[in-house]
Design a protein around this ligand. Structure first.
Ligand SMILES: Nc1ncnc2c1ncn2[C@@H]1O[C@H](COP(=O)(O)OP(=O)(O)OP(=O)(O)O)[C@@H](O)[C@H]1O
Ligand SMILES: [Mg+2]
Length: 465
């Protein structure tokens, strides 16, 4: 454990009273402090004194806070930078977070809030060591927490998650239904120093509009008809942890305005309340809609999107990354075996092909459901066969995309030989203009065989030669 006494905090601020005030405050909390009056002096002191934490103003002569951040990022130093922002400079705060700042705080500085951020930053440094272990595992196995994937795009996403999990930045997560948006949010939480605190997800699409604000911000007793008790909202429930605003595009516009204020001031009032409550919550948002389109349609505030979209993780649908499927299948097999106390040994080769060729309109969720069902149906010690898969997967026309059509005959991986034969025979008959003798010749089978096959397919002898 690091003790505060050994943690060095550098304060970079051009305004002398603010600088001294901050230095006093921070050393009162037991940190060692040094000060610098602009970015240039700040940078020199970082090199000479090696602080673990830097608190910096943004607007300063000679070298401003953004430049300082860039120089520190270039050096690859793993120090936590807390940026102080003036009223109405959200853009700068967002820029600073993108450059790797740990957190930002509006001026005038709220002492309680600063104290929390400092404590978190110290904790985060300790988490870094654990993270390094996770990183190593990831490089070897293509697994990040519960997220599995080895495609280029998933690896890029894993890299981004690793890089930003530790900071307090907001992240917008988009992707089709079932692609793993919530799982990505949980992984961001699990890989941060907030992991011992709650992860709270609120689904804006599932909550009636009239209750939304009370759910998010809480309410006091008597705030509205039916408010019999004081109730904490999601922000308070997630205190110290992470809040996922799921289906953000479904949040009423009025609520979005209030949310934006909480994100900027990090304080809220419960409905019907007067007291301001300071909140320390990392906010993530997810949506399966295109956020820019939601803005254009007037359903999402542009400024809220801007504030939440500091980083954007866009999860591609499963059909665009089939190379992830074998690894996901293996992980899900293991998971389902454990969940249901089964010992299914593996997946038949033909099934593996079917799983990879299928389009997965329901993405990872659909795959997981299919694997759960298959593990229950397959024999212990045996493998998953086609019969254990849901009907959609074994229907040949659905899997058709995987092979080109040849002379109008659609074939696909996973199709049975009998089905392929049926298609070929019917198509040949068609191209022979219904002439069975000719069709039989083309197929190099006897007329009798052709008749038998057609009978089998339920074809009557309407079209006689
Ligand atoms: N890369 C992955 N590796 C392993 N499992 C995954 C992966 N992605 C998603 N899953 C699993 O798929 C299921 C659906 O994921 P999740 O609920 O996160 O999707 P979602 O995008 O939030 O869906 P929705 O749009 O319906 O809210 C979960 O059971 C999750 O564990
Ligand atoms: Mg979800």
């Amino acid at each position: 454990m690091t003790t505060q006494g050994s943690v060095k905090v550098l304060i970079v601020e051009d305004e002398v009273h603010a600088r001294q005030g901050l230095a006093e405050l921070v050393s009162d909390w037991g940190y060692r402090t040094e000060t610098a009056q602009d970015g240039l002096e700040g940078f020199e002191k970082v090199i000479a004194w090696s602080p673990q934490i830097v608190i910096t103003d943004l607007k300063m002569p000679r070298m401003d806070g953004i430049e300082l951040l860039m120089k520190l990022a270039d050096m690859g130093e793993s120090l936590a930078v807390i940026v102080l922002t003036a009223q109405g400079s959200v853009e700068l705060a967002v820029d600073a977070m993108k450059l790797g700042a740990y957190d930002f705080l509006p001026k005038p500085v709220d002492a309680t809030r600063l104290k929390t951020i400092l404590t978190n930053a110290v904790r985060q440094r300790e988490t870094e060591v654990e993270l390094e272990v996770t990183r190593r595992q990831l490089r070897q196995t293509g697994v990040l927490g519960s997220l599995v994937g080895q495609s280029k795009r998933m690896r890029e996403i894993f890299g981004l998650i690793e890089r930003i999990a530790g900071s307090n930045v907001s992240v917008l997560i988009t992707g089709e239904s079932g692609t793993g948006k919530e799982l990505v949010a949980r992984t961001l939480h699990e890989m941060s120093d907030r992991k011992r605190r709650p992860f709270v997800a609120i689904n804006c699409a599932a909550i009636p509009e009239t209750l939304m604000e009370s759910e998010i911000f809480g309410h006091e007793k008597g705030a509205f008809t039916g408010a019999m008790e004081r109730r904490a909202g999601c922000f308070e429930l997630a205190e110290g942890g992470t809040l996922l605003l799921d289906e953000l595009g479904e949040m009423p516009i009025g609520t979005q305005a209030k949310l934006l204020r909480v994100l900027e001031e990090r304080k809220l009032r419960r409905l019907g309340g007067t007291a301001e409550i300071t909140v320390d919550v990392r906010v993530l948002a997810a949506t399966n809609r295109n956020p820019e389109e939601a803005v254009a349609a007037g359903q999402l505030r542009a400024d809220l999107l801007y504030r939440l979209n500091v980083f954007h993780i866009q999860i591609p649908p499963l059909r665009e990354r089939p190379e992830d499927i074998p690894l996901m299948v293996a992980a899900m097999l293991e998971e389902m075996n454990a969940k249901h106390g089964r010992r299914v040994a593996g997946v038949a080769t033909s099934v593996q092909k079917l799983l990879t060729a299928y389009e997965w309109p329901g993405n990872a969720r659909e795959l997981r459901n299919a694997m759960e069902r298959a593990v229950i149906l397959a024999p212990d010690g045996g493998v998953i066969e086609e019969a254990h898969l849901p009907h959609e997967l074994t229907r040949a026309d659905v899997a058709a995309a995987s092979l080109p059509t040849c002379d109008g005959v659609q074939l696909s991986v996973g199709m049975t030989v009998a089905e392929a034969e049926r298609r070929l025979i019917l198509k040949t008959l068609e191209s022979a203009g219904g002439n069975k003798t000719r069709a039989a010749q083309m197929l190099a089978v006897s007329l009798k065989t052709l008749h038998n096959k057609l009978k089998e397919y339920g074809q009557t002898d309407r079209r006689m030669e």
